[in-house]
Design a protein around this ligand. Sequence first.
Ligand code: EPZ
Length: 435
Amino acid sequence: MDAFRIVGGHPLRGTVRISGSKNAALPILFSSLLGGEFTLANVPCLRDIRTTLSLLRQLGIHTERHDPQDGSSHTPATPEDWNGIFTLSDRDTPDYEAPYDLVRTMRASVLCLGPLLARKRRARVSLPGGCLIGARPIDMHLRAFEKMGARITIHHGYIDAETDGLRGTEIALPYPTVTGTENILMAAVLARGTTTISNAAEEPEVTDLARFLTARGARIEGAGTSTIRIEGVAELHTADYATMFDRIEAGTFLVAAALLGDRVTIEGIDPTPLRPILDVLRAMGAEPHIEDSSMTMGVIPHPVGTTVRTLPHPGFPTDMQAQILPLMAIAHGSSSVIETVFENRFTHVMEMNRMGAAIEIHGSQAMVRGESRLEGATVMASDLRASAGLVLAGLVAEGETEIKRVYHIDRGYEAIEKKLESLGARIKRVQEDQP
Ligand code: EPZ
């Protein structure tokens, strides 16, 4: 298995381009199951994207990557020759099952439920088990589909859903679930009548999906607010679109700059979705220089501790919680992070404490004593964002850090070690236990 080997303490300088958003690309790719054809650009080269394309092919979608060289449609594994432009077209096959062996590797596979019900009126999807960060049930998705006219049973670990045709209705979400909102949105665009989702997720990735579906002829109002209204249409027409940038990757590089930046510029971004992250970095002493599609930041000379509560957008994103901790660990004064979204999202803390951080967990709150001197150590990545937090800790730690099981990070970051290396970081991808 791959590992990262990092020698900490090297200042970062230069420019990195932020990749397309995993969490925007996934629902847009799954929306191909609503029928027709479209071309999507700025698709990041990630394991979860390849998993999604493989599942969609099993569900009857033809996926073709635009390759400027040979026009082949094979899906390469490395960003160098990825060229993230894909055309997806629905071949209208009768397939409607998302098997366990794919769903267990990527819980976002549940995003095939809404579009399959809307178009094929059938769906059989393996229940996504819990994961390290929490139980992550999908009850809100299923209740909403039942309200839209789906009959749902669960047997042998599979969700069996069918309908005589989805119909629009009023849906009040108990919690602004991101993929729940996206699933219902996709189901509603082809439903008969009008659907209103209240307490909808306001994440920028939901807005990106709605913008894309609108470009294909869907009738959607209110995306990005807590109330979304969808008027069903008979079918969608083709469109060319490009996913938004990955705001969590951008936030990760901003924290790297705050830790070690001589002068780091991130480009290919829109500052607006980054505001919740910038507010916290500014509270700690950051002074970002913001342009229309780029941002430049240097190290915070004397970072000060702060209090953060993770919340649905426009709150501070839970996906940035692990990444802000190393900055808090070295800041002056104490900090605290209250994790309100997931019930078990502090697994990275034990590993950071082995690097010299002083973080105590009390229920959903992490209390961070500042002014720690982080030291390199051998640590284990446990999930996608925890891995990013450990990389940041390794970059600022004194000495060498080895992070094992970095396959987690490949799920959501496009060649992060190459981007960091281009900024001057001493980071290499090695085989575990390679001398
Ligand atoms: C999305 O997950 C993201 N994934 C996650 O990013 C992100 O952490 C999360 O939203 C929160 O922002 C994708 O977009 C693919 P939720 P999702 O439904 O939709 C509970 C990453 O690193 N809940 O908003 O699964 C749930 O248990 C990933 O890219 C129910 O109880 O998150 C959780 O406590 C990690 N019942 C809370 O709501 C439901 O039916 C938020 O979950 C649905 C959710």
